[in-house]
Design a protein around this ligand. Sequence first.
Ligand code: ATP
Length: 308
Amino acid sequence: MNPTLSELEAKATRQKAAFGGDSHIVCDNLVRIYKTEGVEVVALQGLDLVIDKGELVAIVGASGSGKSTLLNVLSGLDVPTAGVARVAGMDLLSMSPRDRLRYRRSVVGFIWQQTARNLLPYLTARENVELPMKLASRGKARRGRAEELLELLGVDSCAGRRPPELSGGQQQRVAIAVALANSPQLILADEPTGELDSETSEQVFDALRTANRELGVTVVIVTHDPLVSEQVDRTVGIRDGRTSSETLRREGAEGQIIAEEYAVLDRVGRLQLPRDFTSALDMERRVRLELESDHIGVWPAREEPSND
Ligand SMILES: Nc1ncnc2c1ncn2[C@@H]1O[C@H](COP(=O)(O)OP(=O)(O)OP(=O)(O)O)[C@@H](O)[C@H]1O
């Protein structure tokens, strides 16, 4: 017997709900189109991404590939045009303004690249960390928590100083403490080490790793910095507004780090072949596929027979 329309609808809904399940971050076919002066820019073109609770993930990709757009969506600053974006079970497309404010205050913490953008220059480091707790009406324990966080991130000696009296790396570590103040479940960092030298970058990355390991916070870092992207367990590559590759790292038997790069197969079976692979074999427009017992072969299209 043919299924009824309501059975088909129920099946489609079940399949949709299954993607990403109850993972901490789920982006399903996420689209963000910007319209400026009648021109449309498709910054995210159906991006799929699943991140589990407690993961530390780096996002990499060429300039303009959509990394900051993704982070702005996940932080609740920007609303996508279509698709699904869910963090900790909250739907970022249909959220009310009130829930969005609560989300931005208490569920997610954000660190910008520009050190000066993260902190108020006329407050001390401790007061900067206390401020988000004050705004969220968190009572008495504010001072103790601010000091604990500054200590955890190795900047307790800076508590009484204002940002202009701190180095760039110290400012970023205080910024991480600010982002952690209201015990968020997720920290997002957009190029947090972009303005720093390599030694200072290492300290800032260590502070993010500490937040991840000690507090169990999920951390997503957009970065061009190999020091960061090569030290996380998972690096997600974005190309033209879609996730295109993933590098997974694990420890080998002798303690060495083994990195394996994968292409991402999306929900409808699309994958992006790396540009250097396709250009090395002059692959354009069409390729020939062959299914083998344990792999799929991809070949350049056969030369069309000429009519001469
Ligand atoms: N507010 C906006 N209005 C119009 N277009 C935008 C806006 N923000 C981003 N874009 C466009 O969307 C695309 C993706 O931009 P996005 O900033 O997300 O890329 P990115 O990968 O973070 O780049 P970068 O590494 O240079 O920061 C780009 O083509 C960009 O010009």
